[in-house]
Design a protein around this ligand. Structure first.
Ligand SMILES: O=C(O)CCC(=O)C(=O)O
Ligand SMILES: [Fe+2]
Length: 299
């Protein structure tokens, strides 16, 4: 949660158009979109203005698809200009909008007009780093945070269990734990979770091997829990020994390699610069059952 306030000086163009998607930590857009369509959102963002607010602009429906060619061209031209299909979200004080973090949106124009808009994120991967403030809450609200905190502990345990299933090459436990992480999840959702687990394995390896060459920002991202995926941060990584972390990486590396090209690519509208990971396409053979089969073929 945070409060979005107006700046003291105008800031034309605001944030610029983006999806709140970090592809290297999440999954290619096609995989995210088909998980969304099949299972609904894993994460949603809220804007609840205390004063009338039409700063947020969105492209309705864009969370379920790639950028169009027109959008890509427009965003490359100027990330802050209005784009075809973009529309303001007109909110009166006390209204609220809930939208997927995959949606193309922009904080369009930051002006000095009074803005006090509560921004929240709600996730199926609940995690609160610091619960000290809950002492100030009403019993009802405190209960919500305590429930959420317990849910978070359960999810961390599920994540540890499923990674141990990978280490132990236990396909039955792997499939069962996917169901515990997200009950009723369909095959596209399982693929997304399997990709998220490859990111978790990568983060754990980064944290377990201080000599591994990665950028400072990459290492920082590995350290902090992320509510949009299955990265639980440094403390969680300590549940694994360096040896276990290497075995995990050995099992996930093929999948991780399949998600990358030999050349850097760039697509505007994501929270990243150029990278080797595919922005959009989910390569053939990246799915849960192929992943399980790959343990056997790698010996
Ligand atoms: O100002 C807004 O309403 C949008 C902010 C936003 O998109 C962001 O912080 O990611
Ligand atoms: Fe955003």
């Amino acid at each position: 949660m945070m409060m979005m306030c107006n700046p003291v000086r105008d800031w034309p163009g605001g944030t610029g158009w983006h999806r709140d998607v970090y592809p290297a930590d999440m999954a290619p857009m096609d995989a995210l979109a088909s998980d969304f369509t099949e299972n609904g959102p894993k994460y949603v963002q809220w804007n609840v203005p205390l004063y009338d607010d039409s700063v947020l602009w969105v492209v309705p429906g864009s969370h379920r698809r790639r950028n169009t060619e027109q959008e890509t061209a427009d965003l490359l031209d100027d990330i802050k200009k209005p784009i075809v299909g973009g529309t303001p979200v007109e909110l009166n004080a006390g209204d609220g909008v809930i939208y997927s973090n995959f949606l193309l949106h922009t904080g369009s124009n930051y002006t000095t007009k009074k803005r006090r808009t509560i921004h929240g994120g709600h996730t199926v991967f609940a995690y609160y780093d610091e619960l000290g403030f809950t002492g100030n809450l009403s019993p009802w609200a405190l209960q919500r945070f305590e429930d959420s905190s317990r849910q978070s502990e359960r999810l961390k345990d599920n994540t540890e269990n499923i990674l141990r299933a990978v280490i132990g090459k236990d396909a039955i436990a792997y499939r069962a734990e996917l169901e515990s992480i997200q009950p009723g999840v369909g095959p596209n959702g399982k693929t997304a979770l399997t990709i998220y687990l490859s990111k978790a394995a990568r983060n754990i390896r980064i944290l377990k091997d201080p000599d591994l060459y990665v950028s400072v920002s990459r290492r920082k991202r590995a350290m902090s829990p992320n509510p949009t995926n299955l990265n639980w941060g440094s403390e969680f990584a300590d549940r694994f020994t360096p040896e276990e972390s290497e075995i995990l990486w050995d099992r996930f590396e093929t999948l991780d390699t399949a998600l990358q090209d030999d050349m850097e690519m760039y697509e505007p509208g994501f929270r990243t610069g150029p990278m080797y990971y595919y922005f959009n396409e989910l390569p053939d053979g990246v799915d849960t059952e192929s992943f399980i089969e790959s343990w056997e073929s790698r010996g």
